[in-house]
Design a protein around this ligand. Structure first.
Ligand code: OGA
Ligand code: NI
Length: 360
């Protein structure tokens, strides 16, 4: 993990900047004009009602084979065409979701000194952080976060999880277990859709030994939301992401046909997206799609991104069944441990990394 031993500059909490009441954001957060959000486009997409697909998962868990098949098809189309969908009726208790989100709001509202005891380092990224990447002089994003390992058990360290609110650790264990269960079900649907054995993707991820981590994002109010981003454009490096967005503040934008679509969250749904590892395993039949987050001057936003990942030391490569003379393997094998060093060093870079994996 060379080069990932310390932050290149003193860490500034974006929440402190926001709460200081400053009218102009520091230069470090001002994006190049081409990366700034365009609030006119956003209005357009609301007029046209373009949004990522919403899929009701009720029948994925039901007994009716026709309805099951139909749901599986909808997932396939979403993964091929969007790399994103909103999953409603996903089986995770709404009450659990609500309580977990509130626990994290509570955490970010704790005094700075409390949160600082969890200050993270780029060696593992676990804890309270304010940047992704260690490039000196990089333009920064308008957000703070908390990152923790959920699986494997050997990496789960409860003492690195917030001790306050008091029920936070317990809730997280429960929340993680439920989301992992959902992840397993979706991997089956995806494998079937790809024409692979039902347990292909799960096995490629390490069977029971998958990795999973949680990144809770806190996007403070921003006095100049038109100049910056809460999270720069990236695709998720891992397997699959379950994003629990803020219950009343939008912010996630998905790149589609050269435009940025602002997702309108369906209450209690998860926003599910394909990560780079599934793009590789599916030999690009499923796409990990670029996304980013915009901020606003009115309300803080909290989101929970749960990353369902392959076991970190397995080689991930296109499924042999999906490789032929006409469809050669598009990516060379790599472990997820090696793969994620890139974003941990360079920060969010659109789709530059997965595109650099080309095997030819
Ligand atoms: C992420 C992410 C989106 C959001 O954490 O990888 O894309 O809405 N988050 O916070
Ligand atoms: Ni993401």
């Amino acid at each position: 993990m060379s080069g990932l031993t310390s932050w290149p500059e003193p860490v500034v909490r974006v929440q402190s900047l926001s709460e200081s009441g400053m009218r102009a954001i520091p230069e470090r957060y001002v994006k190049a004009p081409s990366d700034r959000p365009s609030f006119t486009n956003e209005t357009e997409n609301h007029h046209q009602h373009v949004d990522i697909p919403v899929i009701d998962l009720t029948n994925l868990f039901g007994k009716d084979p026709t309805l099951h098949e139909e749901t599986v098809r909808l997932i396939a189309v979403a993964c091929e065409e969007w790399g994103f969908f909103q999953a409603a009726n996903h089986g995770v208790s709404h009450e659990l979701i609500e309580r977990t989100r509130e626990a994290w709001r509570h955490f970010f509202n704790m005094p700075l000194e409390f949160k600082q005891q969890y200050a993270n380092m780029p060696t593992t990224y676990e804890g309270y952080g304010s940047r992704l990447g260690v490039q000196k002089g990089a333009t920064l994003d308008w957000s703070d976060y908390f990152f923790l390992h959920y699986l494997p058990d050997s990496l789960r360290n409860h003492s690195k999880w917030p001790s306050q609110p008091s029920f936070c650790r317990e809730l997280l264990s429960e929340y993680g277990a439920e989301v992992v269960k959902l992840g397993g079900r979706l991997l089956k649907a995806m494998s079937t859709n790809l024409g692979l054995k039902e347990d292909y993707l799960q096995n490629a991820f390490g069977g029971e030994d998958i990795g999973a981590c949680l990144r809770v994002n806190f996007y403070p109010k921003c006095p100049q939301p038109d100049l910056t981003l809460g999270l720069s454009s990236h695709s998720d490096p891992g397997g699959m992401t379950f994003l629990l967005p803020d219950h009343d503040v939008a912010g996630l934008q998905v790149h589609k046909n050269g435009r940025w679509i602002t997702v309108k969250p369906v209450p209690n749904a998860f926003i599910v997206n394909v990560g780079d590892q599934i793009q590789v395993l599916s030999n690009a039949i499923y796409k990990s799609v670029e996304h980013r987050v915009i901020v606003n001057s009115v309300k803080d936003r909290v989101s929970l991104a749960f990353f369902y990942n392959p076991k970190s030391d397995l080689l991930i490569e296109p499924a042999k069944e999906l490789v032929s003379e006409e469809q050669p393997a598009l990516y060379s094998p790599m472990t997820f441990d090696e793969y994620r060093l890139y974003i941990r060093t360079k920060g969010p870079c659109g789709k530059a990394q997965v595109e650099s994996l080309g095997s030819t």
